[in-house]
Write a protein that binds this ligand. Structure first.
Ligand SMILES: [Zn+2]
Length: 250
């Protein structure tokens, strides 16, 4: 069924979450464990308010939590590559991801919107200067190295460009207009627990006659909204789908 819908669709919107990257060896932020010396949850530490009150400790925890992603050694997997190949078949594909690992870009997808920001960069809250991974890694606590007009170093502790709890999720306008213009919405590897992302399938359920597909290993509370629900591995699902598409073309 999915292969037929993909063949028919011209414009496709895709929402992806942590489940898309597990096959690349990247653990789910919510289910992975770390070393914790204090009685703090990850969601508390990865919040805007914690960064504002404890910027130095924030960076310590941030680097611990994201160390595997910061290493940037991971490769795109079957799921990412499948979405890239849809473009090669002439489909207009827009990907809205909650992941910060950059693997859709690495796979070569052209239109990727990082709803939860980027782990690759950080910016100075004071002067706005932007820095890449090299600078972020240089010191335990990365600081702004640009000079003020009087020649002094700015020195402010940088803020990661990852969206923290309490920050605004990015590209919400783009996702609404993209889904509005798409024939098909595919949600992959997300349990749709987090607001406002989980609002999108709800809003589109009764708008127009676009098809909505969910591919996720575990059932979600929003399964009933979708025309097609697949509780299986993303890699296996896209492999089978691609086989069907090839057969149909022969
Ligand atoms: Zn600065």
């Amino acid at each position: 069924m999915l292969s037929g819908w993909l063949e028919e669709a011209n414009r496709i919107s895709v929402m992806t979450g942590a489940g898309v990257s597990t096959e690349s060896g990247i653990p789910d932020f919510r289910s992975s464990r770390g070393l914790w010396t204090e009685d703090l949850s990850r969601t508390e530490v990865m919040s805007r308010s914690y960064f504002m009150s404890h910027p130095e400790k924030f960076w310590f925890y941030f680097k611990e939590i994201f160390q595997t992603k910061l290493s940037s050694q991971h490769l795109p997997n079957r799921g990412h590559l499948f979405l890239k190949r849809l473009e090669e078949l002439g489909k207009d594909v827009s990907i809205f991801t909650q992941n910060v690992d950059g693997l859709h870009e690495k796979a070569g997808s052209g239109k990727v919107y990082n709803m939860h920001g980027s782990i690759q960069t950080a910016a100075c809250p004071e002067c706005g200067a932007s820095y890449g991974l090299d600078h972020i890694h240089e010191e335990d606590v990365p600081r702004c190295s640009s000079r003020t007009e009087t020649g002094e170093k700015c020195g402010t502790i940088l803020k990661s460009d990852v969206v923290l709890f309490g920050d605004f999720v990015q590209h919400m306008e783009e996702i609404y207009s993209s889904v509005d213009q798409s024939d098909l919405l595919i949600v992959m590897g997300t349990s749709l627990e987090v607001y406002p992302v989980n609002q999108i399938p709800k809003d589109f359920r009764y708008r127009g006659n676009k098809k909505m597909v969910l591919i996720n290993r575990e059932p979600t509370r929003l399964d009933h909204l979708f025309d097609l629900v697949i509780h299986d591995s993303i890699g296996d699902t896209v492999d089978e789908t691609e086989q069907c598409m090839k057969k149909a073309r022969q």
